[in-house]
Ligand binder design. Structure first.
Ligand code: ATP
Length: 259
């Protein structure tokens, strides 16, 4: 493993229910302080790869059958998901899971509790989250179930930040959100990366947006990584856009990704 990687995923294979193959050899690595996008169509295996990173597969009858995931040199399969959170690896799951009957602020505070933070630390961390997401400060007393989809996504990210991650993992943060809200969220993620040195791994179907805000990208197709490179290079390459990223410029369709 290169000394500068915070995350190293090597030849990962995963099956569900002892039968269904979801990943057949996926490798990627994330340099400390960088942002990496996992791109691919619906069902390509992005969520499975993220769950392997956070050791969440056993809860879904998923099993890593080959390969390994190292977080800062630590084999994640030897730690529980909650130990990984305490070690600094925090995932925001797909579908912005907030406690709908808690207020925005209560949701955020719940993210700090697992670390055993003091009240003063939690208060300081809350102010930092509000500095990144001013909308959440305005809505701090509102029940999360009554806030917009974008605000719920921000709350889910803010709650993850309350655990003071070193590696933040996000599954499809753009899902179901208006383009301007998506831009706002990605801009904030980029700022967190640049200002705090936070390393970020983000799975996205929205490849155009993801490539605009990330350093590197890996494309997954049918459970295999088919392409990796600098986001800026991938953004410029028309063949990549056409074949892997669902941005086909003409109506001629060859094995289109499913959206
Ligand atoms: N809990 C599960 N049990 C059985 N099969 C699963 C499970 N979760 C995912 N799969 C299968 O694994 C494959 C990869 O799915 P995965 O959710 O990782 O893809 P994805 O790229 O994240 O897509 P999406 O954007 O729809 O989440 C798919 O064939 C899917 O049906």
């Amino acid at each position: 493993m290169s000394g500068n990687s915070i995350l190293e995923v090597t030849d990962l294979a995963v099956i569900y229910n002892h039968a269904i193959g979801a990943l057949h050899g996926v490798s990627f690595s994330l340099e400390r302080g960088k942002v990496l996008a996992l791109l691919g169509a619906n069902g390509a295996g992005k969520s499975t790869a993220l769950k392997a990173v956070s050791n969440l597969l056993p809860a879904e009858r998923g099993q890593v059958t080959a390969g390994r995931v190292l977080f800062d040199g630590l084999d994640v399969s030897r730690s529980s998901p909650s130990e990984l959170v305490r070690a600094g690896l925090v995932q925001v799951l797909e579908g912005r899971h907030c406690f709908r009957s808690l207020t925005v602020e209560e949701n955020l505070i719940s993210g700090g509790l697992g670390r055993g933070s003091s009240r003063a630390e939690i208060a300081g961390d809350l102010e930092e989250v509000y500095a990144h997401f001013p909308r959440l400060k305005q809505k701090r007393g509102t029940l999360s179930g009554l806030t917009s989809g974008g605000e719920q996504q921000m709350t889910a990210i803010g709650r993850a930040l309350m655990s003071r991650p070193r590696l933040l993992v996000l599954d499809e943060p753009s899902m179901g959100l208006a383009p301007l809200v998506v831009q706002d969220i990605f801009r904030t993620l980029r700022r967190l990366n640049r200002e705090n040195g936070l390393s970020i791994l983000v799975a996205e179907q929205n490849s155009a947006t993801a490539l605009a805000y990330t350093d590197q990208a890996t494309v997954i197709e049918n459970g295999i990584d088919v392409l990796s490179g600098d986001a800026a290079d991938l953004r410029r390459r028309d063949d990549v856009k056409a074949f892997y990223l669902g941005q086909r410029p003409t109506p001629v369709v060859v094995n289109p990704p499913i959206h």
